[in-house]
Design a binder for this molecule. Sequence first.
Ligand code: FAD
Length: 314
Amino acid sequence: MNSTARSGLFGDLDVDVELDAPIGAHTWFGIGGRADALIRPHNEAALVTLIERCNATQTPVRILGKGANLLVADDGVDGVVIRLDHEDFTRLRFNTDGEVNRVLAMGGADLFKSVQELQRQGLAGFAQMTGIPGSIGGAVRMNAGGSHGSIGDCIQSVTCLDHTGQRLVYDRHQLEFDYRSSNLPDHLILSAVLELEPEDPVRLRTQVLEIFAAKKASQPMADQSAGCVFRNPRIDDERISAGKLIDEAGCKGERIGGAQVSMSHANFITTAPEATASHVQALMQHVRDRVEQEKGVILEPEVVIWSRTEQGAS
Ligand SMILES: Cc1cc2nc3c(=O)[nH]c(=O)nc-3n(C[C@H](O)[C@H](O)[C@H](O)COP(=O)(O)OP(=O)(O)OC[C@H]3O[C@@H](n4cnc5c(N)ncnc54)[C@H](O)[C@@H]3O)c2cc1C
């Protein structure tokens, strides 16, 4: 991206800009390349204008949440990466629509902090997100969750910006959430309204601590990873644990370069400081091949991979 293109896109906007930004370092894997520009809008007006201009100039746009489900290729990505971490995009607003049990959660809000804040406010229905790193936008996009439920369980509506910058609201009856997926189009998620239930904060705290302890016991949460690398496949109408298949195929502990199939949860790939994105991709391919050979099942990635050959949303 040359300097004329840059100043035309965001030179006059209320945004923070980092050129040739090391976005791989912003992911939980902590590896991968750079983006032409990482842009942090200060407010919705700047965000909308930026998206309009990217659309008009056919500049690729990608949205970076907390990078907890993301692998950035070693040679990075072209175009613009947008991060919603200014305070306008990270707030929770209580008493939405005059309802004490409705909360407006902005797309850049942190899941850990949201779980804590909602627990303190005595609002139940979000504890299933305990111990899941990420942002509201990233979680809604893939209906993040686990054995205690998914974020879609409490979503009342979602507000998005499409690739032209137009604001669209999807109500509950238009939304379908399924296992690690939703029917939301590939738009920027600006916010979601959560429908929750009043509950005793002390009882909620106990629930949150129990879920956190269970996650800590079953996942390598302190290591660098992107959570589950593969989706649990559906076989004969039943979801089968990808981790179990990977374990039974003998892949636990296997490594390529600085990437390793976790010993504590076979569906996690963890990275050491010397790891590259190519190591992770090669290990993913190796695991897929082994599971296909040994178990006759083709695993599909859950982790999102950004590269120069995969185009952004605009
Ligand atoms: C230790 C660990 C444990 C995990 N455990 C779980 C678990 O139990 N259950 C589970 O479901 N997941 C789990 N994950 C994966 C991850 O937490 C979730 O996928 C989470 O939803 C990712 O959110 P994010 O903001 O980090 O998204 P990112 O990783 O930043 O992005 C992922 C995708 O979402 C898109 N995106 C992000 N924000 C927006 C937005 N505002 N609008 C539109 N698109 C957006 C990105 O463009 C990208 O395509 C785990 C990850 C780790 C590292």
